[in-house]
Design a binder for this molecule. Structure first.
Ligand SMILES: [Zn+2]
Length: 163
């Protein structure tokens, strides 16, 4: 069963340890004109179970930022993605509420500044060491409320971290 895109408040049902319990939402990509499904697909499985709420946040960020945002990681299938498969609890990418954006130097500075100003992203991860083409900023909209009881203990939001 596919949930209908609502643009309303979204919640997750109690966490059943390793899997997102709700069926993926059918995304209407016309609502996010600066992004394509291909950009958010899991690189391992090709699935794209993104949450509309997160894509709305990304579209808003894109409009405010007024510059292209290059996504290096969006949805990660918890059963096949090499990063997620190792985790006991799938991370926020597996919940369709996170993306990594390829930025460095001034673009990274400007994007971070914008993300902090907008206050719609609750998790900000900063990877700005290593080769410039591998540098990114992770953004997510996780909260303790939009996760089930099991995950609640694992998550601290709002927060920032470095890689
Ligand atoms: Zn990430």
């Amino acid at each position: 069963m596919i949930r209908i895109e609502s643009h309303g408040v979204y919640t997750y049902k109690p966490f059943n340890k390793a899997k997102r319990t709700e069926a993926p939402v059918k995304i209407d990509w016309r609502n996010y004109p600066n992004f394509k499904e291909e950009e958010f697909k899991c690189t391992a499985s090709g699935l794209c179970n993104m949450e509309p709420k997160f894509l709305e946040a990304m579209q808003y960020l894109r409009q405010q930022f007024a510059r292209p945002l290059k996504i290096s990681s969006g949805y990660r299938d918890p059963t096949t993605h090499p990063v997620e498969i190792k985790k006991v609890v799938p991370g926020v990418h597996s919940w369709g509420i996170a993306a990594d954006i390829l930025v460095s130097h001034k673009l990274a500075y400007d994007l971070l500044s914008m993300a902090l100003t907008l206050k719609i992203f609750t998790g900000i991860g900063i990877k700005q060491n290593g080769h410039p083409t591998g540098r990114f900023i992770h953004l997510d909209i996780a909260t303790q409320e939009n996760y089930g009881d099991f995950f609640k203990k694992e998550i601290i939001r709002p927060t920032v971290w470095s890689y």
